[in-house]
Design a protein around this ligand. Structure first.
Ligand code: GUN
Length: 289
């Protein structure tokens, strides 16, 4: 029997409904949550992601600021934009769309964001809090995946979870969140040996490679009843595709997320939630001073 298709749009809708209520409450306290996005250059995929984020903010009543910077901007000029947004009390969340052009250092650039406005959970401060199980603002894709597990009542206690990604935005934060849920986590990457064998031992596979010419998760690589979460998105055979051969995988898996319509909508929903959390942090700081 085929497994259950994970409907990311449905889960995202439930998160967005709760965010919309939280926006109404915080507006009643005189705070209008506002997200500032920074897009450097003219990468069409990044521009689409940023547009989608603005539209989602509008849907739930979050204000937006749209900063589009020239691809030749220097690190100093970029840092000044971040500094202005850090100082702006009407801006609660700052999102730097990645990747950045080569002359900008991604770690240095995102580290300049005030931890209280760091809606991507990328600053050393927030990454450290996550490692200590004390996080308030967590990277959006990992927290969106955890929300999917919750929505579908998937218990991770004692499960073998294979994560194919080790980035700061996906694999590393996800590892901490999975450990908090008592999963046994195996982190895989480009140097992992016998990846197919490792996948075959997994109860849950979370894959985020994003290059089908290098890697495809096939039905032969998963065990009967496994759960597959596909985070990747790339163009393959002129279509949007994840890492997994979804049509084949769903015949063997107990749950699988499609691309598009799986994890993608969750990333956006969690960004909205983080923006409201950041707005409420700003109000707590305001009361203390
Ligand atoms: N580029 C791809 N995914 C993301 C994300 O979740 N946040 C940011 N800032 N950039 C991205």
């Amino acid at each position: 029997m085929a497994g259950t298709r994970i409907d990311g749009n449905e889960v995202a809708k439930s998160v967005k409904a709760r965010v919309k209520e939280a926006v109404a409450v915080i507006k009643g306290q005189g705070i209008s949550p506002c997200l500032a996005t920074i897009l450097v250059g003219d990468n069409p995929a990044s521009a689409t992601y940023v547009r989608n984020k603005h539209k989602a903010c509008e849907d739930v009543g979050i204000l937006t600021r749209d900063h589009k910077l020239d691809s030749s901007i220097t690190q100093g000029e970029f840092d000044r934009v971040i500094e202005e947004l850090n100082q702006d009390s009407l801006v609660h969340g700052i999102l730097v769309q990645l990747p950045l052009p080569a002359q900008l250092d991604e770690f240095a650039s995102t580290s300049r964001i005030s931890p209280l406005k760091d809606v991507d959970g990328l600053t050393p401060h927030n990454a450290g809090l996550l490692a200590a199980n004390k996080a308030v603002l967590v990277a959006c894709t990992p927290s969106g995946i955890m929300e999917i597990f919750e929505y579908y009542n998937i218990n991770l206690d004692g499960k073998n979870v294979v994560v194919i990604n080790r980035s700061s935005l996906v694999g590393k934060p996800l590892c901490h969140l999975l450990l908090e849920k008592n999963a046994t986590v195996i982190m895989c990457h480009s140097k992992t040996r016998n990846l197919a064998g490792v996948c075959q031992s997994a109860d849950v596979i979370i894959t985020a490679v994003g290059d089908r010419t290098r890697f495809t998760l096939t039905p032969e690589m998963i065990k009967e009843g496994a759960i597959v979460i596909d985070v990747a998105i790339s163009r393959f055979n002129d279509k949007l595709a994840g890492d997994a051969d979804y049509d084949g995988i769903i015949q063997k898996a107990s749950f699988a997320s499609p691309v598009p319509g799986g994890v993608g909508p969750m990333t956006v929903a969690m960004l909205l939630r983080n923006t409201v959390t950041a707005a409420s942090l700003s109000s707590q700081i305001g009361r203390q001073s």
